[in-house]
Write a protein that binds this ligand. Structure first.
Ligand code: SF4
Length: 320
């Protein structure tokens, strides 16, 4: 590991490769042209480790399939297992890793089409999606420089679960709260994350969450497999009697990063778990939404998804 990070900082524009399920796509069409690829796939980061404080640590090289099939993850963090299983194909999940999932590019179809400019590929080139076809794009937190959405399902679940990302560099180790890991586009859309050059993800820790078993992941998309979310919702509710004691709510497919609905969470605490409450929470979660020409539908779709996810979670979770 030490050798890998030292090599990464020694040569500018180095990249790490593990499962390669997104990176190889980009290499094939020269969207990334690293000075060197550092294969980290044999580093010792393949373990899922229950910790003494009740948290569980996922090594960065654990595959998505292994996480989703893990008995303790399925029992204690079902929304994470469901989120992973709703993403990609079985073959891709067999190759894709925890660390790589966090690092897949936030992008849109224009990013892959080099006939169009794209601020993500070439800062300052322009963003054709702002005035072009933007049906799948962001409704929250976008900027004039980029309106792409972060495509990971797993990351929406990790946002809801307050995961912590562990990274290492020659300067040492640090932990990044999940909410601070991905970035909004602002005027630097080429940067998807707050990783420093040469930093390597070594693991992701899921803190204990007593009501995580009520968690649900609802993904709405154009077709039912191998498709990115138009909108997704991760929700978990701690219900005491008829009252909401605590809640986690995060959305995917709506922003440049997984979108934690903290204002809606604060509203929900102490409220009765009924449809009127869920409806108000959904309104709060979408306050500030700025739909583009072709994605006004996402605002109402997200509200409905929130209502449904909260309702199912208060009923104990399960398949939505
Ligand atoms: Fe590029 Fe982002 Fe614009 Fe898509 S939305 S074309 S990724 S800058």
């Amino acid at each position: 590991m030490e050798d890998a990070v030292n090599r990464a900082v020694a040569k500018q524009d180095s990249m790490f490769i593990a499962g390669g399920t997104n990176l190889v796509d980009r290499l094939k069409v020269f969207l990334d042209e690293p000075s060197q690829l550092i294969d980290i796939s044999r580093l010792q980061m393949h373990q899922i480790s229950p910790m003494t404080d009740g948290s569980i640590r996922l090594g960065a090289l654990v595959t998505n399939t292994t996480v989703a099939d893990h008995q303790q993850i399925r029992r204690d963090y079902p929304l994470l297992a469901r989120a992973i299983l709703s993403g990609a194909s079985q073959q891709i999940r067999n190759m894709a890793t925890v660390g790589g999932n966090l690092l897949q590019r936030t992008r849109c179809p224009y990013y892959y089409d080099t006939a169009f400019p794209c601020n993500k590929r070439q800062p300052g080139a322009g963003c054709p999606a702002v005035t072009g076809i933007n049906r799948g794009h962001a409704i929250l937190g976008a900027s004039e420089h980029c309106v792409a959405v972060q495509p990971s399902d797993m990351c929406v679940a990790l946002a809801a679960l307050d995961a912590v990302v562990e990274v290492v560099s020659p300067q040492g180790q640090r932990q990044i709260p999940f909410a601070d890991f991905h970035r909004l586009p602002e005027n630097t859309p080429q940067q998807d994350t707050n990783l420093e050059p040469g930093e390597l993800i070594t693991g992701v820790t899921l803190p204990p969450l007593s009501f995580a078993q009520s968690g649900v992941y609802l993904k709405l998309r154009d077709r039912t497999s191998y498709s990115f979310a138009l909108v997704s919702v991760a929700a978990a509710v701690n219900l005491v009697g008829e009252q909401i004691q605590d809640v986690r709510l995060a959305m995917g497919g709506v922003a440049h990063k997984p979108w934690r609905a903290t204002a809606a969470e604060e509203f929900l605490i102490g409220k009765p778990a009924d449809i009127a409450t869920f409806t108000q929470a959904a309104e709060i979660a979408l306050q500030g939404a700025k739909p583009l020409a072709h994605n006004h539908y996402k605002v109402e779709l997200t509200k409905r998804a929130i209502r449904r996810a909260l309702k199912v979670s208060t009923q104990g979770g399960g398949i939505v």
